[in-house]
Design a protein around this ligand. Sequence first.
Ligand SMILES: Cc1cc2nc3c(=O)[nH]c(=O)nc-3n(C[C@H](O)[C@H](O)[C@H](O)COP(=O)(O)O)c2cc1C
Length: 340
Amino acid sequence: MTYKTWILKYSPAFLQKRLRDMYFAIKLMPGYVYDFVRFFTYAGLNKSRDDQIQRAARMTLYAHQVEKGLSLAAPRLGFGMTVIPTLLDDIARYMDDYGLDTTVMTALAALNSYVAFHHQLSHPVDHVAQRLDDIVQQYQLSTSAMQSWQGGVTKVNRQSLESARDNGFSTLFASRHSVRQFSGEAIPENNILRAVKLAQKTPSVCNRQSWRVHAFSKPADMAALLAIQGGGRGFAEHASVILVVTTELGSFLGVAERYQAWIDGGMFSMSLCLAFHDLGYGTCCLNWSKEPSADRAMRKVAPIPASEQIVMLIAVGTLPEEFTVACSYRPPVTDLLVMH
Ligand SMILES: Cc1cc2nc3c(=O)[nH]c(=O)nc-3n(C[C@H](O)[C@H](O)[C@H](O)COP(=O)(O)O)c2cc1C
């Protein structure tokens, strides 16, 4: 008789459960330690790790905040002052070390749009314009190249999205943007059902389909969720519905699946965004990479079962005739595709 069969035969059920829990906890540990060491070693979160990839990521994050601010229906004049001075310093320091590349060009283009936007509304932001000029002079950049670079914001009209829908999947896919301006009408429940049904076609590990969608459309509920999420400030309250996409942790059966909740949930979320886009609605994913305190706060206001992992929130809304979106530059595909 093995130890296992002996224990199963002679120990009481409660002790067997405790032993199984202990066994599972011990099995989980090496995976989390391994991930901890990898994330600790390589992630850009530690500012003393200051190499090119991490510095480029920080510039992109700040430049995106500028683009995102410009893509709102009514950007607040003079916004972004918590990130713009750092972004300007980072650009200069980065160019000293690595020269001009697409990350810098995108950041400069976003700042250029920022200055142009304020200039148009007769609210000059001279301190930003001056620093931008200094950078252009110091590194002898061509202003026309900078102005023609894809960055900042661009206009989209609803009509063009409707024709994109009739032109096949790649056109539809390429015409999706994160939308941060909504016209505020309700979305019929049937269309929410249609989008979720389409998204169900998402592949999942062993077809376990762990995803769930919690849809909130009462203004008070939406406001409570958005106050905790934080990244939808200035636009998501005008969405028609806020979705909380979750995955049921009970669907994952092995130690190696400890991150499957985010993989399957992330893929499902992408499908949902595309499905709503196909139905003529705008979406904006809302980040749920949160500290435990935010997760606990969210569970107090949203009746989400404890066993479900929150993956992200998605703001879904009706589209105005014309609206502005962030350019969100994509580098040449050869930067990311490695053919082996
Ligand atoms: C998981 C995830 C979380 C995101 N969180 C936010 C957010 O909190 N607020 C926001 O305005 N945009 C958010 N976005 C949208 C991104 O900023 C956007 O996808 C990116 O800039 C690319 O632009 P595009 O979607 O228009 O192509 C998020 C996107 C993803 C995928």
